[in-house]
Design a protein. Sequence first.
Length: 260
Amino acid sequence: MNGEWVAVQRGDTLGKLANRANVPLERLERFNPGTNAQRLNVGQRLLIPTQQERAPSGGPYRYQIRPGDTYSSIARHFGTTSGRIQSANPGTSPTALRVGQIVSVPLSSSTTSSSASSSSVSRPAAAPTPNASLPASARRWPWPLEDYRIVRRFGADSRGTLQPMLLATQAGAKAQAVAPGEVRFADGMRQLGEVVIIHHADNLQTVYALCERILVRVGQQVSTGDPLCDVGQSSATQRYDLLFDLRQGGKPIDPRQVLR
């Protein structure tokens, strides 16, 4: 069982999984940052570490490549970016990863694993309850970035104010249309930088904000995957962030109900 990705079954707990794999519970938790031990979900994927792997006490993860791994999939699990992993492994080609190979996976900042559960780091989460009122067209749309991590989920903040999703990426990233539609807005907005708004079928709208340079024009028809804007760098965090919002008839929707 060691070295596998396992799917949580009904009745599983982290303790049971740790015992089954003969792995210390603390080590299992550290290799699955952000996992809520009290709210495991049936089908949720967890990483069972091997003896060759190391959870950080201040440095990067020592991670062993498994079948099907890519830098992007590894980055999403550990809350970092593929660009950071590639920088940490300069002699390793991301297109020629070998099963069993050991790579370094740096944390998203200089934090230790004890801070990996902070709200600023993305983590695996249960998909929100599907909204039965969503149209059939709003299903399994791709994410607006090829390489991303969620640094703020859609939802209310501590003051009850609804916040759109915020995605971190790397320099040079371009936001892409998540579905076919028409560009209805492509201009600057106060506090949101350059903004693109696309109208889709069934009265759905997507918003791409905090952009640096807009690549489309109002009235333009776009297809899924078309580049819309260059993602800008935040002067406050130095990250390259994209604010992504999804609406139906102007009403905000959690994008995780629609994005695959």
